[in-house]
Design a protein around this ligand. Structure first.
Ligand code: Q46
Ligand code: ZN
Ligand code: ZN
Length: 319
């Protein structure tokens, strides 16, 4: 197996590119693909301040690392979600990455700062955990970006994530979600711009990137993701990809090029139009109190939910 660029021994094959790469040229490919996504979708302009939503997983640490390599000014924010040992380990990886490189990592802890955690909020609000978690993360990343004067919030969503979400939204023809499933969402109405620079790179490539760059990340899946529909969509797409490499890329980028625009017209019932401000936190809100403050109100006084330790399951590796 030889590198497509230099013919030296390769360390990874990427079937959808029908090519193998050595370490140096694989890392360059990751940077080039990220730079291309940023340019193609006007995600970040030179000199802008970037806030990376860091989880301690491979994708968010990789995107932070690549943005710094590309010369962007990028700080991180990690949120302690209170999902037992998983959250402690995730945060520790994020902190270690930042400390080793002398980077700025902002930290929020849901329990210490807001009096609740994700498992407790899920129970108190009768939401599924990922809904309580996603709502908390979106609100706090948006708020931190606005308050901190950042131009854009970057997340580590990769091609596998986006193709799986698209698959789920398409299976149910969720037109409103399809209208918003873009690699970049512009700023507006009190929300910061949001971008996903890793959309041209897959999960396996991001794991390889971290290993080759010596970045330690949390390998375990979030224990609350069990039974999550997206995992099933990923498995289905992986089966298609194995038979026909490039399927995920064609599905997602074909959607962006030929279909996404058609759903934009339906994008008029989200939280943005005619928004007022939450009387508690000042964030954009369609009611007097925003959904986040409402969640805090119901969760902060609730009896804390204790997570039982779960047997560990290894996640997919590099090979
Ligand atoms: S952390 Fe939160 Fe994820 Fe865990 S509870 Fe769900 S949304 S799965 S990215
Ligand atoms: Zn090479
Ligand atoms: Zn609020």
């Amino acid at each position: 197996m030889k590198c497509r660029v230099c013919r030296e021994p390769a360390v990874i094959d990427i079937r959808r590119h029908n090519a193998n790469f050595c370490t140096e040229h694989f890392l360059r490919l990751c940077r080039d693909q990220t730079a291309k996504a940023i340019a193609d979708f006007s995600m970040i302009a030179p000199g802008e301040r970037v806030l990376v939503a860091v989880s301690g997983g491979k994708d968010s640490l990789a995107v932070w690392d690549i943005l710094l390599e590309l010369g962007y000014q990028a700080d991180g924010l990690v949120i302690g979600l209170g999902i037992g040992e998983y959250s402690d380990t995730s945060t520790a990886h994020a902190v270690a990455y930042a400390e080793q490189r002398g980077l700025t990592l902002h930290r929020i802890d849901l329990r210490a700062d807001y009096g609740y955690d994700v498992p407790t909020a899920a129970k108190a609000t009768k939401r599924v955990p990922c809904s309580a978690c996603g709502l908390s993360k979106r609100h706090l990343f948006d708020k931190a970006a606005i308050d901190g004067g950042y131009d854009v919030v970057v997340t580590g969503h990769n091609l596998d994530d986006e193709a799986a979400v698209l698959f789920g939204n398409t299976l149910r023809w969720q037109a409103d979600y399809l209208g918003r499933q873009l690699p970049v969402l512009p700023a507006g109405d009190g929300f910061p711009r949001k971008a996903k620079p890793l959309v041209r790179l897959g999960e396996r490539e991001m794991a390889a990137y971290c290993v080759l760059r010596g970045i330690d990340y949390i390998v375990e899946e979030c224990p609350m993701a069990a039974g999550n529909k997206h995992l099933g969509y990923k498995e289905a797409l992986n089966a298609l990809e194995a038979k026909s490499p490039g399927t995920k890329h064609d599905f997602y980028f074909g959607f962006l090029a030929r279909a996404a625009e058609r759903f934009r017209a339906g994008d008029d019932d989200d939280e943005r139009p005619g928004l007022g401000r939450c009387i508690r936190c000042g964030s954009p809100a369609s009611n007097e109190i925003c959904t986040f403050c409402h969640l805090v109100e119901r969760s902060a006084g609730a009896e804390p939910v204790t997570l039982l330790p779960r047997p560990r399951k290894a996640k997919q590796g590099v090979g």
